[in-house]
Design a protein around this ligand. Structure first.
Ligand SMILES: C/C(=C\CNc1ncnc2c1ncn2[C@@H]1O[C@H](COP(=O)(O)O)[C@@H](O)[C@H]1O)CO
Length: 236
């Protein structure tokens, strides 16, 4: 990039670096953010490069430890490890903690991709490979790049965001052979119905797009579908 005449900046950029106050200001600028974003990708790629086959498990951060949802997530974490997968979650509480706990107790690799939030909850204790992200989009790249499929338990906006991002990537063939399994017919049934009637009915998706989603109540079936569906998946 060349900037001349009135567009040229003075003093020179390196003088900012040597000036403590100016440097502090620089850390709140977009060019600095780009470096931070780059660093998040470098750390993520570096840490997860040798992970091997893995599945991401999503679900509510608010699932209570004594709830059936929590027990289901823990069971899924365990079964994924028994099927030869590492388990990746958001590293937080609720369903994330449960899936990490199941994976850890089964002797598998338990990964947490944490996110910096204004209300810090910290990485759950069952994570043994943890990375903290400031940027959701950098973190999301890691979930997709290092997973062979997604298993999605009941959850709120965060879970829906993760589900629909994955669906869009599969629908647009940015990723292929990538199973997406919803667990909990009672919870997801009405959404599936709305997708079938309104989205297909209005023509905003194709009828065949509905087949991108599988739905079950059984943790064993969720893992079996994931294993079968991920057999030909290659990480982007
Ligand atoms: C809100 C609470 C804790 C927040 N801590 C989180 N830590 C890590 N990842 C999170 C957290 N909250 C949301 N996520 C991500 O979104 C999904 C869950 O969101 P939902 O809105 O609860 O469905 C989850 O899969 C994470 O990736 C404690 O109350």
């Amino acid at each position: 990039m060349i900037l001349r005449r009135s567009r040229a900046t003075t003093p020179q950029a390196d003088s900012y670096l040597l000036d403590t106050k100016e440097f502090k200001d620089f850390t709140h600028t977009d060019p600095w953010r780009v470096l931070r974003i780059q660093a998040e990708f470098v750390e993520g790629f570096g840490t997860l490069a040798d992970l091997g086959p893995a599945v991401s498990v999503f679900g509510s951060a608010r699932a209570a430890r004594d709830s059936p949802r929590y027990r289901q997530a823990q069971e899924i974490g365990k079964r994924l490890v028994e099927a030869g997968f590492a388990v990746i979650t958001g590293g937080g509480p609720g369903a994330m903690e449960a899936a990490n706990k199941g994976a850890f107790k089964a002797g598998g690799t338990s990964v947490g991709l944490g996110i910096e939030l204004p209300f810090e909850t910290g990485m759950n204790e069952w994570v043994d490979v943890g990375i903290n992200f400031r940027y959701f989009f950098a973190r999301k790249t890691m979930f997709v790049k290092y997973s062979q499929g997604f298993i999605v338990l009941p959850g709120g906006f965060g879970t829906l965001d993760e589900l629909f991002e994955a669906l869009t990537l599969v629908q647009t063939q940015k990723v292929t052979s990538f199973p997406i399994i919803l667990v909990g017919t009672d919870y997801w049934g009405p959404l599936m119905e709305w997708i079938r009637t309104t989205l297909v009915g209005e023509g905003t998706i194709s009828a065949s797009d509905v087949d991108l989603i599988r739905i079950t109540d059984d943790p064993a079936e969720a893992v079996r579908i994931t294993a079968e569906g991920s057999a030909h998946h290659h990480n982007p």
